[in-house]
Design a protein around this ligand. Sequence first.
Ligand SMILES: [Ca+2]
Length: 203
Amino acid sequence: MNASGAMYLTTNESGDSLSLAINTSGANNFSSGSVIIFSGENGSDLSVGSAGGDAGVINWSATNLFNTKNIIFEGLGGSSTLAGVNGGNGGILQLNYRGLDGYKYAGGHRVYLTGGGNLTGTQTGINGSIIYKKSLLCSPKRDADVNDDGIVNLNDRDAVRTHYNNLSGETGYVIDYDISCDDKINVVDLARVGFEYQRGVSS
Ligand SMILES: [Ca+2]
C-alpha cells in the first residue's frame, strides 16, 4: 500500500468518526506528511451548540512489516459547544504486525489521540490509546527486532546474547529471541539480527 496526503474517515450524524479495519500484506509506504484523520467533529456554533464527536478506531493488521516512517495518525475528540456537555473522546489505534520498519516512538509515526474540550476550552473528553501487538508466529517469519522498538541494532544483538544457548522449556528461553523458530537461541538468531542490521533506520 502506497499513500500520500490526507485521508479522512467520514463521520456519522452525531459527529462521531467511523472506524476502519485494514489489512495489508505487503509494505505500506507513506510520503512525508501523510496523515490519516479519524477525529470526531467539533460541535456546531449554531443555536445552542452541539456535542463534540468521538474519534474512531483504526485496527491495522500488517502481515509483514508495518512502516512507521512518515505516517501521522490523528484521532482527536471533537470540541463541544454545548453547555455542560463534554468534548468527544480520543480514538483508539491498534497496530498488529510482524515487525516495525522505523522507530516505534520518537522519530517514527506520530499519533494524536487527545480528547476534546468543552465549551470553555477545558479538555473533558477522554484521551484515546494506542495498542501495539507484535505477532510471534513463525509464518512468514519471526522478527529480528527482538525488543520491538522498530530498529534492528546492537540492542537486539545484546538481548539475544543474554538468552544465548537456552533451549525451549528452559527458564532462560524467551520466544521473542528465538528468531529462527527452532526452539534454540543461538548463533542462527544472532545471524538473523546481522542480516537485518540497521533495518528501520534509513528511509
Ligand atoms: Ca530493536
